[in-house]
Design a protein around this ligand. Sequence first.
Ligand code: SAM
Length: 232
Amino acid sequence: MEPGFWHDKWDAKHLGFHLGEVNALLIKYWPELALGRDSSGCDINVFVPLCGKSLDMCYLAEQGHNVLGCELSQKAVEQFFSENNLPHQIEPSDPINKFTTEQVTILQGDLFTLAPEQFTEINAFYDRAALIAWPESMRLAYVDKISALIPPKSVGLLITLDYPQEALKGPPFAVSNDWVMANMSATFEIDLLSCDDALMDNQRFVNKDVPWLTESVYKLVRKGQGARTLRS
Ligand SMILES: C[S@@+](CC[C@H](N)C(=O)[O-])C[C@H]1O[C@@H](n2cnc3c(N)ncnc32)[C@H](O)[C@@H]1O
């Protein structure tokens, strides 16, 4: 969606996507990535694109990781730090403002203005409600951008929803397993960890008579080549 759409959501406090707790699938599947500090003592630095004010960043920090979020809305970022009582520093800059606390840094601005040079330390990533936030017409541009930012060998979790798109206007948009495999396997090794019925947990979908809804969790590993040369 265009930036104005999301600024309006944050202004109007229409935040149906925001969970008041850590995502249960993150808690269940993150340990499967086995991303402890490695034997060389290397830190795990997790990129969280389109992070909102997600408490999942707190969970990742509690695992001992460093977190690098990116979020368009300044309101979202300010609320993340204030609601979690996190003292922080702000480095204002154009086009990206940097908000930092001990283990969490959020780059506030448009993801598409970020450069790979800012991501050289990243070795893990987490995408919940980010890929599925884009309509199909913008989704490939997002995949290309995160593929360009995430260094080779980085390991991450991707959580998607799928449902008959004609039954509901997104976001979230339906992303099928076929779409993920067809459009992300050039840049990521993809392992489907789970795909479960999620209709009863999503009242909005029930209210709109959406006939079925599944939620999938993928383990992704960034392959060794740059996305821009793979899909030019
Ligand atoms: C559906 S929400 C998901 C937030 C978070 N991942 C979560 O699980 O709560 C999508 C978020 O992406 C942000 N966003 C949208 N477009 C963006 C862009 N171009 N760059 C950075 N953030 C963006 C929105 O402001 C919104 O907070």
